[in-house]
Every structure is written in structure tokens, then in C-alpha cells.
Ligand binder design. Sequence first.
Ligand code: T5A
Length: 204
Amino acid sequence: MKEARFISLEGIEGSGKTTSLQTINKILDKQSIEHINTREPGGSSIGNELRELLLNKKTTISSEVELLLMLADRKDHVDKVIKPNLNKGTWVVTDRFMDSTMAYQGGGRGLEISKIELIAGALELPVPALTLLFDLPVNLAFQRIADRENLDRFESEPIDFHNKIREAYLRLAEKNKDRIVIIDSSKSLKEVSAQVKKAINQIL
Ligand code: T5A
């Protein structure tokens, strides 16, 4: 049995992560690779409750509390879902992981990266073997989700917040070239799918 791999999908709101999950599933199915799809926040049962709280526009919390809730969600997700699956040989594909915290709470909210790394460092979190960063201009991503009726707490933030997140993601990609592959998500679905296939094939 091949060692199970851990893959994360990252990007700003509406960048096409969920859409590309179908492409990834098809590739893994074709290779008869056991895999699960999961997400953050909300990958475990407690996580689902935290997700409600974190995405609800009525929630008023400081950036530090937001960080701690994201990390609590992640720790539970890792312990109950990610590690048990990897340990039994099942590949895990997660829609968002630690890079989201670095980009949103670090880049977007402006929390110090060294502080985030210090707290997260105590949690023994796995590092993905591959991270696909779906990158496109913020205005294009928001055009794609323009028909959504109720924007959540993050989607409702001003454009400048999302630009900072995109920039933070691109800095993370620059620093982690061995792990993060940038997918040009401004392209057509067909072209994005071809880029995703190429990246996944590299770890098969
Ligand atoms: N968060 C999360 C933090 O702040 N810190 C953290 O540590 C973590 C883990 C989660 C929120 O929590 C924040 C970040 C988020 O704000 P969420 O609901 O999970 O919220 O939000 P997203 O992950 O952003 O989900 P979205 O659905 O908004 O984005 P996706 O999944 O990237 O986009 P997708 O695939 O739904 O595509 C959007 C639209 O574009 C179309 C699709 O059909 C769809 O309509 N589309 C394309 N159209 C044309 N060409 C293409 N190439 C297209 N690709 C997709």
C-alpha cells in the first residue's frame, strides 16, 4: 500500500477550490486510491459548531479569539479526522488548512506571523505533502460569487481585506515552493482542471 498523502486546497473566497475537488476526486478514483474530502472550519462535529459561529455575521470577536477558534477547529479536525485516516492509508484532501490561518488571520487581520506560528507550533499539526493555491484577482473571484444571497462574516469584509489575503498567500507560496503549487484560477474551468491534474500527477 502506498503511503497516504495529505493535500490541502487554498485560496481567497470563490477561488474555485470546491469546484476543483471534483477533478481531484476523479484522478484519485481512477487510480483506485482511497481518499476523503474534508474542510475547515467544520471538518469535525465540534468544528461544525465553531464554523457556524465563525461565519455568522452577528458574531463579534477579536482577531485573537478568531485565531484561537480556527486553531481549536483544526486541532479537533486533525485528531479526529485527518490523522486517523492518514494512519489507515486513506488520502485526505482538505478544503483549507493552516495556510488559511496564515493568510486570513495573519495577512487579513494583521496578527503577527511569529505569534501564530508559536501557538500553532504547540499543536503538532501535519504539513500537507501538496498544497494547491487557487490564485486569481479578488474582483474576478467576487464576480463569480456575486449571485450568493447571504455573504458570510469573511465574504462581507471590504475588498482591501481580501487583497491582503491574496498577497499573503502569494508570499507563502514563494516561501514554500517545495509544497505549494499556484493554480491560475482566472483561466477557464478546462484550463484550471488541466493545471490541477498536472500538480496531482506529480505526487502519484
Ligand atoms: N478561514 C478559514 C479563516 O479565516 N482562517 C482559517 O484558518 C480557515 C480554515 C471559510 C471561511 O473561513 C475563513 C476563510 C473563509 O472565509 P468557506 O465557506 O469554506 O468559508 O469559504 P470558501 O472556502 O472561500 O468557499 P467558497 O465556496 O467561497 O470558495 P471556493 O470553494 O474556492 O469556490 P467555488 O469552487 O465554490 O467557486 C466559486 C464560483 O466560481 C465558479 C464556480 O462554479 C462557483 O460558482 N468557478 C468558475 N467560474 C469560471 N471559471 C473557473 N475556472 C471557475 N472556477 C470556479
